[in-house]
Design a protein around this ligand. Structure first.
Ligand SMILES: C[S@@+](CC[C@H](N)C(=O)[O-])C[C@H]1O[C@@H](n2cnc3c(N)ncnc32)[C@H](O)[C@@H]1O
Length: 231
């Protein structure tokens, strides 16, 4: 569903390519690792160092890919819709291959990847089903699909869409949808995945130190990681 009913900011809105094209230059400095990397670090599975080939869907500037490589994944292929984000990933050098494509139609080979990741991207999709289906198509038998999301509970409580500050200092929303936990479960099960692990990241002292205005959100979940398996 569209996030509009919960939006308390009312910033001007742009589409994904326009938004991330403008945000790319400052993106790395504005996303806290507590949002996504901290959750990846808590996961019991997959055992990253056993993964030979991973597909990083919505790879952006390569933050996720660099973490995967640093944690023992041998080779990572990245897919993203926004050329400027892909240029950042190219400079970072974590991905062996970078493809400009939609995550729901990547063009990557079927049944080839032991790990598929999609971090901080699902809120930009109207419908989750095509993403889960594409991940299932890419997955080799016994694979994991690790999806990290901006938590729907935090989005509803805070009224805050995904947004960035433009070069002229204006806050801009990138078209944002709201997907409930049950939307993820329904789309994943329909695509043949089973849930193996789930973690939620809460607003804690670390977050409040970084964003003092968020003290009122202490204890709320801000992000969530799902580990799906196809065995
Ligand atoms: C918040 S960034 C996340 C990047 C990276 N995974 C990270 O965690 O830093 C979201 C990325 O998803 C990409 N994106 C959004 N919708 C997409 C789609 N339908 N297909 C491909 N990429 C998409 C954007 O271009 C952007 O680079």
């Amino acid at each position: 569903m569209r996030f509009d009913d919960f939006d308390q900011r009312g910033y001007p809105e742009v589409d994904v390519r326009t938004g991330y094209g403008a945000w790319a230059a400052t993106y790395d400095g504005s996303v806290l690792d507590a949002m996504d990397i901290a959750l990846l670090e808590q996961l019991k599975e997959p055992v990253w160092s056993t993964v030979d080939l991973a597909a990083d869907l919505g790879c952006g500037t390569g933050r996720t890919g660099a973490w995967l490589r640093a944690n023992g994944v041998s080779t990572v292929h990245g897919v993203d819709l926004t050329p400027e984000m892909l240029e950042g990933a190219g400079r970072r050098g974590a991905h062996a291959k970078l493809v400009e494509a939609d995550v729901t139609e990547t063009g990557l080979p079927s049944r080839s990847y032991q790990l598929i990741t999609a971090s901080l991207i699902d809120e930009h999709l109207d419908d989750l089903a095509p993403l889960y289906r594409e991940a299932a198509r890419l997955a080799a038998p016994g694979s994991a699909f690790v999806l990290v999301a901006y938590h729907p509970q935090f989005m509803m409580v805070s009224g805050m869409p995904t947004h960035f500050t433009s070069a002229d200092g204006e806050s801009v929303t990138i078209a944002t949808n709201l997907h409930l936990v049950s939307d993820h479960v329904g789309a994943a099960l329909a695509a043949g995945w089973r849930l193996a692990e789930m973690r939620e990241g809460l607003i804690d002292d670390h977050w409040v130190a970084a964003k003092p205005k968020w003290a009122r959100f202490r204890g709320q979940p801000i992000s969530v990681a799902y580990v799906w398996r196809n065995d």
